[in-house]
Ligand binder design. Structure first.
Ligand SMILES: CC(C)(COP(=O)(O)OP(=O)(O)OC[C@H]1O[C@@H](n2cnc3c(N)ncnc32)[C@H](O)[C@@H]1OP(=O)(O)O)[C@@H](O)C(=O)NCCC(=O)NCCS
Length: 323
């Protein structure tokens, strides 16, 4: 059977570091409060004029170099983002042009913090259906643009960044020993809109709006939903937690990571956490965390990797892949 193999990956962070201490000069907060409640120490933010597409292109170039592939060989560009450069066109088409591509298709996927998992499902299904052989999947965000910088309950949580995969069709035997994407599981529940949303948009206010969140409620749903998605993914594959080499969660809050790991019995040393230095980078967080674990040699070829995320909508999901 056809499998979607990750043949290259890359990541990019904007240069500007914003520490908790710097934030405590803008709003009534403290380094101690933020660390204790979230595990976040610092995050990266874009400078004036730096856009989501800029971060996306940098991550894409790194992934293409890792795959030793020219952009001209890409059939499909999928950008998962909730902070597009413009309302239209899709940031993916801007990225396509900047990479010098003159063929293929490009579109954005909007699933907020679950965007990379949703994008991975889209890429995997295009490949398995034979409609694309090589897909560039990018999660890229400038969440700092959606922050109400006077709201201490949200502005301390998010950061900017981008991560990318190059996926390509390869042959598999249809077993869990195959390399590549083994499965993806997606879920959403639109009734939970009010817990996490942006209070603006082209057809409502004609403005961009700011991120609004009921933090405690989001927290409560997060652990339950994420655990259910992981259980669904493992059950479909006929695997258990004991089979997983690396758990690469969406980096929203260290307490959510710990809670999920505890609930599922995942040993803490198997959990990749970068929330301390990235904050919540929405759709970029999973590939950014994976890039860290690849760079320091934790994730190796053949390892079984479990990805998960949850975000506004709500949307949530999990993906199982053999690196
Ligand atoms: C946001 C979050 C860190 C808040 O932690 P919490 O323990 O639930 O804290 P609460 O919301 O109950 O707030 C407790 C107090 O801290 C205050 N507070 C909130 N943000 C603060 C900040 N940055 N600094 C200092 N105090 C803060 C609150 O105003 C509240 O004060 P009060 O008791 O006087 O009303 C936590 O709920 C969370 O992480 N939720 C999930 C958010 C998330 O991951 N969203 C993205 C999903 S993709």
């Amino acid at each position: 059977m056809i499998r979607s193999l990750v043949i290259g990956s890359g990541a990019y962070l904007p240069e500007t570091v914003l520490t908790n201490t710097e934030l405590s000069r803008r709003v009534d907060t403290s380094d101690e409060w933020i660390r204790e409640r979230t595990g976040i120490r610092e995050r990266r933010v874009v400078r004036d004029g730096e856009m989501t597409s800029h971060l996306a292109v940098q991550a894409a170039r790194a992934a293409l170099a890792d795959a030793a592939l020219d952009a001209g060989e890409i059939d499909l560009v999928v950008v998962a983002t909730t902070t597009p450069d413009e309302t239209f066109p899709a940031t993916a088409t801007t990225v396509q042009a900047r990479l010098g591509m003159s063929r293929g298709a490009a579109f954005d996927v909007q699933a907020v913090c679950s965007g990379f998992i949703y994008g991975l499902a889209v890429a995997d299904n295009f490949i398995k259906a034979g409609q694309a052989r090589t897909v560039l999947l990018i999660g890229a965000e400038t969440m700092s643009r959606l922050m109400d910088w006077t709201d201490r309950t949200t502005c301390v949580l998010f950061g900017d960044g981008a991560g990318a995969f190059v996926l390509q069709a390869g042959e598999g035997h249809g077993t869990n020993a195959d390399r590549g994407v083994l499965n993806t599981k997606l879920f959403s529940d639109g009734r939970l809109h009010d817990l996490l949303y942006v209070d603006g948009g082209p057809s409502s206010t004609r403005t961009t709006g700011y991120l609004r969140m009921q933090g405690k409620e989001v927290f409560r749903h997060a652990v339950t939903n994420i655990a259910a998605a992981i259980e669904a993914s493992l059950a479909e594959a006929g695997l258990t937690i004991a089979d997983i080499d690396w758990f690469i969660p969406h980096q929203a809050n260290q307490r959510i990571l710990d809670g999920t790991a505890r609930r599922l019995g995942i040993p803490p040393e198997r959990v990749v956490s970068t929330v301390a230095v990235h904050g919540n980078t929405s759709s970029a967080s999973v590939p950014l965390a994976l890039a860290t674990a690849l760079a320091d040699g934790r994730v190796k070829p053949g390892d079984l990797v479990l990805l998960e995320a949850m975000g506004g909508g709500f949307t949530w999901g999990a993906a199982l892949l053999r690196w």
